[in-house]
Design a protein around this ligand. Structure first.
Ligand code: GLP
Length: 243
């Protein structure tokens, strides 16, 4: 089944509040046991809105959070690992016990086996209930770079130079950005019941246009979302400028 992607125009702060509202509505209806969490600047306003809301903290502490991806080769306690980032921004302030934050282990000896284990954990539940998602400037989702199969499962992905450059701001230098990651595949992401994608700034405009209006193609991983029944894009005017 595919649906029309709903578009909500909002600045960063409003977008965080709007995404948080959708998450809480779902939690109040009893439909949120597993929340898909994303790293990256676009998801930060969502966590800020949730952290600031005592009802959200009370409602979400017994849910489980599933990360989209993790750098390969960083220990879990490395400050730039996605586990450490999500602990800081979401799990810890929301009062989740650490085992309620599920992240692939980027320091596993056998990364492919770890990817398969993580995928099976998500598949055992039929996917997460609601996935928070960002979009890369090149149209990537999680760490699925252009060319990744649209039905792919969790796997080890080599990162493009543009993605490493985009993410260098979180590290001391670009040389420190890992070259590989474990990422949920596009098929794994598509198994979420509902997806809320966030995009801000002119640097996302071409990717947003191609994702929503272009052909569904592995060249634009986010274009797969056109085939999902329930996707909302919350974005600012700059990110929507080319629609
Ligand atoms: C990283 C993450 C993606 C995220 C993207 C965009 O590559 N793996 O999940 O969507 O960055 O990040 P930002 O929101 O900071 O622009």
């Amino acid at each position: 089944m595919s649906g029309r992607i709903e578009v909500v125009v909002a600045d960063r702060e409003q977008a965080g509040a709007e995404a948080a509202r959708r998450i809480l509505d779902r939690a109040r209806r009893g439909g949120l046991r597993r929340l898909g969490v994303a790293t990256g600047g676009s998801a930060e306003p969502v966590y800020a809105a949730l952290r600031a809301d005592a009802d959200a903290v009370a409602l979400l502490r017994e849910t489980t959070a599933y990360a989209l991806d993790e750098y390969a080769g960083l220990a879990a306690d490395h400050p730039d690992s996605y586990r450490a980032t999500l602990m800081r921004q979401y799990a810890s302030p929301m009062g989740l016990s650490p085992d309620r934050l599920r992240v692939p282990d980027g320091s596993a000896a056998d990364l492919e086996a770890e990817a398969a284990r993580y995928d099976a954990e998500i598949a055992a539940h039929g996917g997460v209930d609601l996935q928070i998602l960002g979009i890369g400037g090149n149209g990537h989702i999680a760490f699925n770079e252009p060319g990744a199969p649209l039905d792919g499962r969790t796997h080890v992905q080599m990162l493009s130079e543009s993605t490493r450059a985009d993410n260098a701001r979180f590290f001391e230098s670009q040389d420190e950005v890992p070259t590989h990651a474990i990422t949920q595949g596009i098929g794994t992401i598509m198994s979420a019941d509902e997806i809320v994608m966030l995009a801000f700034g002119a640097g996302k405009a071409a990717a947003v246009r191609d994702a929503l209006r272009g052909p569904v193609t592995p060249a634009v991983p986010a274009s797969a979302l056109q085939r999902h029944a329930r996707v909302t894009l919350i974005a600012d005017g700059d990110a929507l400028a080319l629609l």
